[in-house]
Design a protein around this ligand. Structure first.
Ligand SMILES: Cc1cc2nc3c(=O)[nH]c(=O)nc-3n(C[C@H](O)[C@H](O)[C@H](O)COP(=O)(O)OP(=O)(O)OC[C@H]3O[C@@H](n4cnc5c(N)ncnc54)[C@H](O)[C@@H]3O)c2cc1C
Length: 652
C-alpha cells in the first residue's frame, strides 16, 4: 500500500513535552495515555487530587480513552457483578444525581438548581477522566505558546434554529453569538492564497494528486457561480479521471435534465427518499463509478456514512448536484433527515470557540462550581485553567465525580411510590452507592437498560436502538503550515484516505488566545474519519465501525495519520518525522446521536411514534435526558432534553 518506513514517518519518536509530567518520566513514545496519568496519581486516593491531573493536555488516545468503558462493557457482557465486590455505602445523599457529565448532564444540574435553589445538593457522575462528554478540550503546549483544539463538538450550530430554552442558556452563560465575526479571522487563509482541495489517492483513483476542490459544499454556504465555473475547468484538467468520467462529471454539475420525467414533485421526492444518492448517480444520472467514488465520502462528517447510505432526497437538501432539472418544490420532503433541511435563521446562529463547545461545558461547570474554573466572562474561560481537584469537594452543593461509571440505578421500593433512588457506581475497581431524591440519566441511551433494570421492556428496547455513530476527531499539532501554503490549501477532502477530511484550524482569537496567523507559526490540523463499511445498512456500518475503533491500536492510527499527512503534504515539503509535535486521536465509538433516515427507518417516512419518544419517558423518580432523547446530534438537543427531564422530576 505505501512506501513509507516507520523512521521516515517519525513513528516512535519521543515528543518531548510528553516525556515528563511533574518531573516524572511517564512515556517513552509519542503518546501519553490517560491510564498513565491515573497510574502516576496512584498514590492518591482520588486521582483528580493529584497536582498533575489535567486531562485536556493529554495526547494519544483520547475521547473514549482506555479505562473509561471497562465497567460499562463488563455490565453489558454480564460479568460485572460477579467480579465486583459488595458496594460500599458512601453515606452521601443528594437532591439530584445526574448520570453523565456531558452538556446534557451539566445543563440538567444547572436547570435543576434554578428550580430547587442554589443550595440543592447535586452529584454528577461521569465515567471519563474529564467532563463535557463529546464537548472535549484538547490542549497542546510548547515553550512558545498554547494551542487549543476541539476533541469533539466543534461549534454552536444546528440545522434548525435553537429553541428559546437552548438560546436562553447560551445567553445566560454570557455567549454573545452575534459577536462571533469579531473573533474570527475569516479571510486569513484566503489572504495567503489558500483554498479547498481534493486529494485523489492512487488506491482509489490510480494516482496520488492534489487538485482544486470544485465539488459543491455539501450543506455549506452557496458559492460564487463565476468562480465555480472557472474552477470546474481547472478541476477537469487536473483530476486523474478517465475522459468518460470527466464528461460525466461535467454533465452532472451543469446539465438540467429531469431524471424522473412524468412524475410530480411529491412523487419524485418519495422516490428519492427511498433510494441512496449513489443509486441516483449510478442508475438515473448514469455517471461512471469514478464520479461516484469521488462523492462517496462527502457526507461522512454529517451522518457518519457515505452516500451509499444517504437518501437521494437528503442529498438534494444538502445541495448535491444532479437535481437542477427535476423542478422539485423547495419545501422539505417527507422523511428528510433534519440535517438536510436548509434553514437560513439556523445558519446564521454560529459560534466557534478554539476548543469548540468544551467552552460551553466549562462555562456550565463554572456556574455550578465557581471555585473550579476561574474568571467571569464567556471569553476569559478560553484560557482559564480548570482545577480538577475542586470538582468534588465535600462542602460544595454541586459535585462532579469523574472516573465514575454508574452501574445500577434503582428505586428504593416500588417506582410509583418510592421516596428515593439508590445509585451505584464503579470507581477504580470498587463499587459505591449514594442516595438521591431524583436521578436524571443524561448518559448514552444504550447504557441505560444495563443500569436501570426496572424499566419496562418496551422502553429498554427503544433505548437500545439508539446506538451512536462512531467517529475519530484527530488533532495533530505541527511546527508550521508552510507546506499548506506551498500547496495552496487549508482544507483537503481525501475521499480514499484513512481520514476523509483534514483542515487547518479555524482561525479564532478570543479571550487572550491567539490563533496561528502566519505559515511559520505552529498550528493544529483537524482530521475527521468515520469508519464506514459501504454497502451495508447505516446501523450495521455503525456497529462494525464501532468495533473497528475499539480494536485499532493507537500505534496503527498514528502510523496511518503520519502516512496520510506525508502523502498529501509531502510535495509541499512536509516532513512527518520533524513537523509533527503531538497527536491526539479523539476516539468516539459512541459518537453522534443516531438520526433517523428515510432509507433505514420506516417510521420516519411513514409516521408513528419514534423510538426516542418511547425511550425518554420518565420512570418514577428517574428522568431521561441526553441528545439521544431527541435523536438529533446537536448541542441544543442535549440542552432541550435536559430542560424537559428537569421539568418532569420537579413538576409535582
Ligand atoms: C465528534 C463529535 C462532533 C460534534 N460536533 C457538534 C457540533 O459541532 N455542534 C453541535 O451542536 N453538536 C455536535 N455534536 C453533537 C453534540 O456533541 C452532542 O449532541 C452533545 O454534546 C451531546 O451531549 P450529551 O450530554 O447529550 O451527551 P455526551 O456528550 O455523550 O455526554 C454523555 C456522557 O455520559 C457519560 N456516560 C455514559 N454512560 C455513563 C455511565 N454509566 N456513568 C457515568 N457516565 C456515563 C458519557 O461518557 C458521556 O461523557 C458532535 C458530536 C460528536 C461526537
Amino acid at each position: 500500500m505505501n512506501d513509507w518506513k516507520d523512521p521516515e514517518l517519525g513513528m516512535g519518536r519521543g515528543i518531548t513535552r510528553r516525556d515528563f509530567l511533574n518531573g516524572v518520566a511517564l512515556t517513552a513514545g509519542a503518546a501519553m495515555l490517560s491510564s498513565d496519568l491515573l497510574a502516576a496519581a496512584d498514590m492518591h486516593a482520588a486521582p483528580e487530587q493529584s497536582p498533575g491531573y489535567y486531562p485536556p493536555a493529554l495526547t494519544g488516545l483520547r475521547g473514549s480513552h482506555p479505562g473509561s468503558f471497562d465497567a460499562a462493557h463488563s455490565l453489558r457482557d454480564g460479568t460485572f457483578w460477579e467480579q465486583a465486590g459488595a458496594p460500599v455505602d458512601t453515606g452521601e445523599s443528594y437532591d439530584l444525581v445526574v448520570v453523565g457529565g456531558g452538556i446534557s448532564g451539566l445543563s440538567a444540574a444547572h436547570f435543576f438548581r434554578k428550580v430547587a435553589g442554589s443550595s440543592a445538593r447535586v452529584l454528577v457522575l461521569e465515567n471519563h477522566d474529564d467532563f463535557g462528554g463529546h464537548a472535549k478540550r484538547n490542549e497542546f503546549s510548547s515553550p512558545q505558546r498554547t494551542l487549543l483544539g476541539f476533541g469533539g463538538t466543534f461549534s454552536i450550530e444546528s440545522p434548525a434554529p435553537y429553541s428559546a430554552v437552548a438560546k436562553g442558556l447560551i445567553e445566560e452563560l454570557g455567549i454573545d453569538v452575534p459577536s462571533y465575526p469579531k473573533y474570527a479571522n475569516r479571510g486569513l487563509y484566503r489572504s495567503f492564497g489558500l483554498g479547498p482541495k481534493v486529494f485523489f489517492d492512487k488506491e482509489t483513483f490510480g494516482a496520488d494528486k492534489l487538485v482544486i476542490n470544485q465539488l459543491p459544499r455539501i450543506g455549506g454556504e452557496s458559492e460564487d457561480e463565476q468562480a465555480r465555473a472557472r474552477d470546474l475547468e481547472i478541476f477537469l484538467q487536473e483530476a486523474p479521471f478517465s475522459d468518460a468520467a470527466k464528461a460525466d462529471y461535467r454533465r452532472l454539475v451543469t446539465d438540467k435534465k429531469d431524471y424522473l420525467p412524468g412524475l410530480s414533485s411529491d412523487e419524485k421526492k418519495a422516490r428519492l427518499a427511498r433510494m441512496s444518492y449513489n443509486s441516483f448517480l449510478s442508475d438515473l444520472v448514469k455517471v461512471s463509478p469514478e464520479v461516484v467514488k469521488l462523492f462517496q465520502a462527502m457526507p461522512q462528517g454529517l451522518f457518519g456514512v457515505g452516500f451509499d447510505a444517504v437518501a437521494a432526497q437528503d442529498a438534494w437538501g444538502l445541495g448535491a448536484p444532479g437535481f437542477a432539472g427535476l423542478n422539485l418544490d423547495p419545501a422539505p420532503g417527507k422523511g428528510m433527515n433534519r440535517d438536510a433541511i436548509p434553514n437560513e435563521e439556523a445558519e446564521k446562529y454560529f459560534f466557534h470557540f478554539p476548543d469548540g463547545n468544551a467552552s460551553i461545558a466549562r462555562l456550565l461547570v463554572r456556574q455550578l462550581i465557581p471555585q473550579a474554573i476561574p474568571g467571569h466572562s464567556a471569553t476569559d474561560v478560553v484560557m482559564a485553567r480548570a482545577s480538577y481537584a475542586r470538582l468534588d469537594e465535600k462542602n460544595s452543593p454541586v459535585r462532579i465525580r469523574l472516573n465514575s461509571t454508574a452501574v445500577r440505578v434503582r428505586h428504593q421500593g416500588d417506582p410509583a411510590s418510592a421516596r428515593g433512588v439508590e445509585i451505584a457506581y464503579a470507581r477504580r475497581g470498587k463499587v459505591y452507592t449514594v442516595q438521591a431524591a431524583h436521578c436524571i440519566l443524561a448518559c448514552w441511551h444504550v447504557v441505560i437498560p444495563y443500569i436501570c433494570e426496572q424499566l419496562p421492556d418496551k422502553q429498554k428496547q427503544a433505548l437500545s436502538s439508539a446506538a451512536k455513530v462512531p467517529l475519530l476527531y484527530t488533532n495533530v499539532a505541527i511546527r508550521n503550515w508552510k507546506a499548506f501554503q506551498k500547496l495552496g490549501t487549508n482544507a483537503i477532502y481525501t475521499p480514499g484516505g484513512y481520514h476523509s477530511y483534514m483542515n487547518l484550524d479555524l482561525p479564532v482569537s478570543i479571550g487572550g488566545y491567539e490563533c496561528s496567523q502566519k505559515p511559520e507559526e505552529p498550528i493544529v490540523i483537524h482530521m475527521m474519519k468515520t469508519p464506514c463499511k459501504p454497502g451495508r445498512s447505516a446501523r450495521e456500518q455503525h456497529l462494525l465501525g464501532r468495533v473497528e475503533l475499539f480494536t485499532t491500536t493507537f500505534e496503527t492510527m498514528e502510523r496511518n495519520i503520519r502516512e496520510q499527512l506525508a502523502r498529501v503534504l509531502g510535495p509541499g515539503g512536509f516532513d512527518p518525522a520533524n513537523d509533527i509535535t503531538a497527536i491526539t486521536v479523539n476516539r468516539w465509538p459512541h459518537g453522534y446521536a443516531y438520526e433517523y433516515s428515510s432509507l433505514w427507518d420506516k417510521f420516519w417516512l411513514e409516521g408513528g411514534e419514534t423510538p426516542c419518544e418511547v425511550a425518554r419517558k420518565p420512570f418514577g423518580r428517574i428522568a431521561i435526558a441526553n441528545a439521544d432523547a431527541g435523536a438529533y446530534a446537536y448541542t441544543d438537543c442535549a440542552i432541550d432534553h435536559a430542560h424537559r427531564a428537569v421539568g418532569e422530576i420537579t413538576k409535582s
